[in-house]
Design a binder for this molecule. Sequence first.
Ligand code: ZN
Length: 456
Amino acid sequence: MAKASKRQRPGSPIDADPRQLAEMIEKISRIGADPVAGISRVGYTLPEREAHELVGGWLRDLGLAVETDAVGNTIATRPGKSVETAAIAFGSHLDSVTHGGRFDGIVGVVAMVEAFRLMTANHIDTRHPLRGVIFACEEGARFGESSIGSKAIVGALNEGDLSRIHDADGHTLAEAMLDIGFEPSRLREARWNRADIAAFIEIHIEQGSTLEAQSRSVGLVDVVSGSTRFRMTILGSAGHTGGTPMQNRADALAAAAEVTLAVESIANQPSHRGVRATVGSLDVYPNRITIIPGRVDMSIDVRDLDPDRLRRASTEIVNRATAVCQRRGVTLNAELIADVSPVVLPMWLREVVSQVCNKLGAGYCVMPSGAGHDAQIMARIVPAAIIFVPCRGGASHVPEEWASATDIASGVDVLYHAVLKLDQILSHPPDRHLQGVSCEVGPLPGGNTPADDGPR
Ligand SMILES: [Zn+2]
């Protein structure tokens, strides 16, 4: 990928430094390094907190005021020099899935640190305060529910949710928070006042291969997929594999296998074009070679850019699973564990970022995001933008995940200059004209639209 701007010409502003970015990523990757494979720095565990502490130290070294809120979000503030009180915010997350990679979320965090470093190195005093955020527990890998830290910030979580949401071992979110020293009863204190915040920008790896295929260094997201998730338990009868005749069985795994294929076939139907549906986990009990499986716990994740099609496909999956289990004489318990609508990000903010790309010579394309991000949650209270950088082969949530430091530096330059541009054009109280809209989408014609090429 082409670097967005030339490096350090005499007298020109200092650009993002790929070497510094690579060093930060390397240091973070040592925390939660999994002896089996990849990184396991799961939300609300000690390794996640250790990573927050490490980066919090770097932010303090840059002279920023750093605090941790009631649910574990780390927030760094750089004051503005004028009467502007609404902050321009940017950041991402440091938790990973189990056996995940070293770039998902991390890129947005090191980009935030580097953008702050550039502010100081280039002697920039912004009018607006700047707010760097490291969100807690973005990945849904442990609790099924994603973006816990950002949901607390926008007020989309209540204390009942913290007691209801639990991991596979039955640990509730509230218990997990208490275990590492947070106080779930102070949840409301984490909430941000929307008048205090003018815009939010997140850099993230693409987690797909569109940018690589199109040789673009930057992706600007217009729509973020919604997701609906279920936890299903199928209860049959365990029994001896030799002693139980085939016609007398209630095999929970055979039923789960049929449900899994039904999920795939529903997503492949032309009427659901654009839906992505996945059975991501199966826990089989007792999981022994000579025992007919008596119970299977499975998780199902459904995603789409179209909220109606998302819900239609999800309903059809539950109906089909119910029919399969009735026919096979096993019991189905289906629990809805998350349901987030797709989000259209405001065009005016994306255009500000695209103007910066043009100025820096960064080739970009406008594209949807199949994965969910904290910015999608932040968009509920503040105009939000997502900047994608390429990742090799589109691999993500796996140890092979990789993004080049040069590409990340290009993204940081875009972020840094976008923040400076916003600092110039935003006024306080926010100009209604510029605020644009952030709303849930109606049906999109054509579903997953291919990336729409922007000007180079
Ligand atoms: Zn992420």
